[in-house]
Design a protein. Sequence first.
Length: 261
Amino acid sequence: MKKLAILTGSTALALSVLPMLENNYASAAGFHSEDISVENVSYAGADGEMKAVLAKPKNKKNLGGVVVIHENRGLNPHIIDVTKRMAAEGFLALGIDALSPFGGTPADEDKGRELIGKLDADKNLQNYLKGLEYLRKHKDGNGKTACVGFCWGGGMANKLAVNDPNLMAAVAYYGAQPKAEDVPKIKASIMLHYGGLDERINAGIPAYEQALKASHINYKLYIYDGVNHAFNNDTSPTRYNETAAKLAWQRTVDLFKAKIG
């Protein structure tokens, strides 16, 4: 608030601007489909129980599994909404709460961001790898898996591609790129979505793309002109871009349908 007051010139103006900058989860929580079922589940992680939301089409089996990886705020209503949307596309979707070791995602976004920074990186990676195994063994799955991540989760999607040779597709939305020397380990098909204005993340694109080409990895890279980091997040009015979000989503779903059914 202090920084915003300085920028706007007064506390009153800062208070009027603040709602436009904060995420509006009411819009995300509105997604509903009679054709899917949603439940809270848990599975054994690297060092304790992992919490997750599992969504799937009703009365259907032999489904491809998709791990949905949240941003740096944790498993909030927006990412639960994304998980439901993925299920509505015909997949067994698992939205994992990376903050499970701390008891789960807090309601306070600032606290969520703080806890993300305290995660043990190795254990966190194992928790997601175990989530992929959970989907592969699920009674309604077909054993094939993919992942999609956003922001912090985009970086995790790239990490999963490096560390899971059984992963068939990984989609990273504006995520940190893996080290070039790790890229040859990737077996999955890769799809990368970037906002044209996202200079910090985009700085890592050339080295990643060069490594992908050198290793002959199947990949698609899209840069959406004029949009910023987090352009898919429809609860963030200052970031969301409907045109780019819909196009990126359709490309993602098409990849998953081709790779995991």
